[in-house]
Design a protein around this ligand. Structure first.
Ligand code: NAD
Length: 278
């Protein structure tokens, strides 16, 4: 018996990183998955590679190894038409969608006064508007079924500032407000919505030169600088960058009946980071 037996989960940014962990964890607990990611297009303002078709194929093979089905879409959360088409195809294939994990996101850095309009608007379009569009795509179906669970990935930067990413911080605060409003508006239909605030998680978003340099405090940083910095980022003994499964486990709880009366809340999974800064 799995915690999500017979359910279908739509996961944005599902090809790699936390999205892959959500897919594999949901599948392990009995869910079929619909995976949506931007696997054939770059965003000019993002200075690290986004997911590839190979990343998506690897996630599918891990889901299928658990005897669950995966339907994939090379799609952009900025495009309502692509989201709506994925939802329609997912319902046609699996009969229903029970869960949305709005996980897709980008992370770039610049002092706010030097930030280009492109950096700002890409961040808003993916990390904030993309979450609204994802929820908009599934809401009518969930309302019709009078059931569903939506989990939104915020960040500790949804609760505190971060040096040189005012745009990211704005979106991650924004999705908490959005989460509360979705929770309020969908509660009468028996649909829940919550968010998670990850601390430092080891994924392709953070295991890259820009993040190595940030944690090193200078250019030419290395993965060792990242891991060393991760220990002081978190309060909990011996915890550097955490595996993405820690976030997937929290989403699993929120999406399962264990959390049947939990809605409108945000849960930091940050190894005590906020104790140091909050
Ligand atoms: P990641 O870069 O591995 O995953 C993000 C995924 O989103 C990628 O597969 C990417 O291709 C996809 N994506 C980006 N733009 C998209 C678009 N327009 N349409 C569809 N898909 C798109 O990084 P991750 O750490 O797994 O990030 C997952 C979420 O967690 C993000 O929302 C991120 O902001 C958040 N987060 C990450 C950390 C961390 O330390 N890694 C901490 C806090 C919050």
């Amino acid at each position: 018996m799995g915690l999500l037996d017979g359910k279908t989960a739509l996961i944005t940014g599902g090809a790699r990183g936390q999205g892959r962990a959500h897919a594999v964890t949901s599948a392990r607990e009995g869910a079929d998955v619909i995976l949506l990611d931007i696997t054939s297009k770059a965003l000019e303002s993002v200075d690290y590679p986004l997911a590839t078709a190979d990343d998506m194929a690897e996630t599918v093979s891990q889901v299928e190894a658990l005897d669950r089905r995966a339907l994939t879409f090379d799609a952009d959360v900025r495009d309502q038409g692509q989201l709506d088409a994925a939802v329609a195809a997912g319902i046609a294939e699996f009969g229903k969608i029970d869960i949305l994990i709005a996980n897709a996101g980008i992370w770039t850095r610049s002092p706010f006064w030097e930030m280009t309009e492109q950096m700002w608007s890409d961040m808003m379009d993916v990390n904030l508007t993309g979450v609204w569009k994802s929820a908009k795509a599934v809401a009518p179906h969930m309302i019709e079924r009078q059931s569903g669970s939506i989990v939104i990935t915020s960040s500790v930067n949804g609760l505190e500032p971060g040096m040189n990413y005012a745009h990211y911080v704005s979106t991650k605060h924004g999705v908490i407000g959005l989460m509360k409003n979705i929770a309020l508006e969908l509660a009468p239909y028996g649909i829940r919505c919550n968010s998670i605030n990850p601390g430092a998680i080891l994924t392709p978003m953070t295991n890259q030169q820009g993040a190595w340099d940030m944690f090193a405090g200078h250019e030419g940083g290395s993965p060792d600088d990242l891991i060393a910095g991760g220990y002081s980022f978190h309060a909990l003994k011996g915890t550097s960058f955490m595996p993405p499964e820690v976030i997937a486990n929290t989403a699993l709880y929120l999406n399962s009946d264990l959390a049947a009366t939990v809605t409108g809340v945000t849960i930091p999974v940050d190894a005590g980071h906020m104790l140091l800064t909050g």
